[in-house]
Design a protein around this ligand. Structure first.
Ligand SMILES: [Zn+2]
Length: 277
């Protein structure tokens, strides 16, 4: 079910990792960001839009992870965009003949129908693009190098909504792009970018987890900075973070495994390079 989070901005939540699709009302239809996961959830979204007399006129994927790239035939054939780096990354993995099998390994066991055919059929916006090209409220593209190549948050200035993609979640710890040259530095730089726009944000919509207000935005920036800095300091011990360890919510214990995995890979990098980070 669509739920309004600000004037002209609605979200539709999927069961898988509390994924949030975002709908922004334009003049002749809606912008749809990260549509959702299971087929029946996207059909539900299509029906909700039809009830409002709306169709999708443009799509956007915040980053090149499968759960942000899905699409359903019933959503129609609007142009779908991502940053240039996001689109390049998707093109590369779609060119592997085994790509569907590789994604299937990541699908949840109960995701009985995740439609993969239209996954990632996006057009890269030229690198200098700062706004989504469409007939609707200004949507600023805030690209940064953290979590995944070409990751972009969106700021809907008029309504003060920040669509954060896989950043600033209350349920997932920061997940670094461990293939990048400087994953820690990239992540901290992205958090500074968010800090820079925080004064214009009233509503934060993370790709996974709960919607928050302006004070939640600042809390999550601080919490994520503490977490990332702790990753960088091998002697610091486990960060005191509500998303991992004994304080993790029931059903979310696997986030601690994500954390352990990151610690291990960072340690391997340090061994290989002889330098931290
Ligand atoms: Zn995600």
């Amino acid at each position: 079910m669509l739920r309004q989070v600000a004037e002209g901005v609605l979200i539709h939540q999927s069961e898988f990792v509390q994924s949030n699709a975002v709908v922004v009302q334009g003049r002749a239809g809606v912008l749809l960001v990260d549509p959702g996961v299971q087929g029946h959830e996207m059909t539900c979204l299509v029906n909700d839009l039809a009830d409002m007399g709306q169709t999708v006129v443009v799509g956007f994927s915040t980053h090149p992870d499968w759960d942000h790239l899905l699409w359903h035939a019933e959503l129609g054939s609007a142009p779908r965009y991502g940053t240039a780096r996001c689109a390049d990354t998707v093109r590369t993995y779609r060119s592997d003949p085994q790509w569907k099998d590789q994604i299937a390994d990541h699908l949840p066991p109960d995701a009985e129908q995740v439609p993969l055919d239209l996954l990632g059929l996006i057009t890269g916006l030229p690198a200098e693009t700062t706004r989504i090209p469409w007939d609707g409220p200004d949507v600023q593209i805030i690209e940064h190098q953290a979590h995944a190549p070409g990751h972009a948050a969106l700021l809907i200035e008029e309504s003060g909504v920040l669509v954060a993609g896989d950043m600033l979640s209350d349920v997932l710890v920061p997940m670094l792009d461990l293939d990048a040259t400087d994953p820690i530095g990239d992540y901290l730089a992205a958090l500074r970018l968010f800090e820079g726009v925080a004064g214009n944000v009233d509503v934060l919509v993370p790709g996974h987890g709960s919607v928050g207000g302006a004070s939640q935005l600042r809390t999550r920036i601080d919490q994520d900075r503490v977490y990332v800095q702790a990753l960088n300091d091998a002697d610091a011990g486990a960060p005191d973070d509500p998303r991992i360890g004994p304080s993790a919510k029931p059903g979310w214990e696997w986030v601690s495994d994500v954390h352990e995995g990151q610690l291990q890979r960072l340690a391997q990098r340090t061994e290989r390079n002889g330098t931290p980070g």
